[in-house]
Ligand binder design. Structure first.
Ligand SMILES: NC(=O)C1=CN([C@@H]2O[C@H](COP(=O)(O)OP(=O)(O)OC[C@H]3O[C@@H](n4cnc5c(N)ncnc54)[C@H](OP(=O)(O)O)[C@@H]3O)[C@@H](O)[C@H]2O)C=CC1
Ligand SMILES: CC(=O)[C@H](N)C(=O)O
Length: 256
């Protein structure tokens, strides 16, 4: 059974991914900062599902600690499924947030998944099989719904996934972007929001089970809360319809 590495496995969406993948028989590498929570989860999953569970305590905003995870991906038992889930938002508005907090958010939400993917994908391509799952957000499509760069980091997870799928799909690597809507996890408290004020919250087990249904269907983009998939398909079709019109040697008529 393929091995899976889940970042942000100590709670929220990542812990449910770990549970569901263990139930499917996958051995796991669990990554987060909270060693005690990872240990408790690993013990529980080993006992309930008889799988192997390694842990890496790492703060993915710290480049040196990201390297430790990269080294594990490159040198241990091959990772066949990478779930880039760890992520956060900030509590302050864009005008007030400290530069260091913004940089840390970009390192966690963008740089770490990029580097972990690069470490994993070459092996997957050479084995002709593997899967990368990138957890974005509907906010990546509706950036006006929140302040600051969170939406932009999540838009990256979508376009990064599409680019990887184009490049590595032919080599047998499946890439899925998952775009959750508001989901009942601690991310809201961590980013200074009162969860009781959030409308339309999805329960985390429903979110992860829907994302895995999309995974099993090999969907490129899975948007669990979107009732009518034709809306996403129309959006993609409109994007692709523009593509032939980008290769013009001169400005469009409206600019001259
Ligand atoms: N909940 C929601 O409404 C939505 C969430 N998402 C996305 O889902 C993903 C998971 O979020 P969710 O489960 O809700 O959030 P939680 O805050 O519940 O969990 C975040 C996980 O990431 C880990 N993490 C946070 N910071 C770091 C860090 N610096 N280094 C390593 N690990 C870290 C946390 O563990 P630890 O603290 O132990 O490090 C925890 O395991 C995120 O990418 C988020 O953007 C997308 C749309 C909606
Ligand atoms: C805005 C948020 O912080 C939320 N996690 C989301 O992606 O919807």
């Amino acid at each position: 059974m393929p091995n899976a590495l889940v970042t942000g496995a100590s709670g929220g969406i990542g812990a449910f991914y770990a549970d569901r993948l263990a139930a499917r028989g996958h051995d796991l590498v669990l990554v987060a900062r909270s060693t005690d929570k990872l240990e408790a989860l690993a013990r529980d999953l080993r006992a309930r599902y008889g799988i192997q569970a390694e842990m890496i305590t790492a703060d993915l905003t710290d480049p040196a600690q990201v390297v430790r995870v990269v080294d594990r991906i490159r040198s241990g038992t091959p990772i066949d499924i990478l779930i880039n889930n760890a992520g956060a938002n900030v509590a302050s508005s864009f005008a007030k947030v400290a530069d260091a907090e913004l940089e840390a958010l970009i390192r966690l939400n963008v740089t770490a998944p990029t580097l972990l993917t690069r470490a994993a994908i070459a092996g997957m391509a050479s084995r002709g099989t593997g899967a990368i799952v990138n957890i974005g957000s509907v906010i990546g499509l509706a950036t006006e719904l929140t302040s600051g760069i969170y939406g932009a980091t999540k838009a990256y997870m979508l376009t990064f996934s599409q680019s990887l799928a184009h490049e590595f799909g032919p080599a047998g690597v499946y890439v899925q972007a998952v775009l959750p809507g508001a989901t009942r996890t601690d991310i809201w408290r961590h980013s200074g929001r009162n969860i009781d004020e959030i409308d339309g919250l999805m329960e985390v087990d429903d979110l992860v089970d829907a994302a895995l249904a999309g995974f099993d269907r090999r969907e490129a983009v899975t948007i669990p809360p979107l009732p009518d998939v034709r809306q996403w398909e129309a959006f993609e079709a409109a994007r692709l319809a523009m593509r032939p019109n980008f290769a013009n040697g001169k400005p469009a008529g409206r600019y001259v």
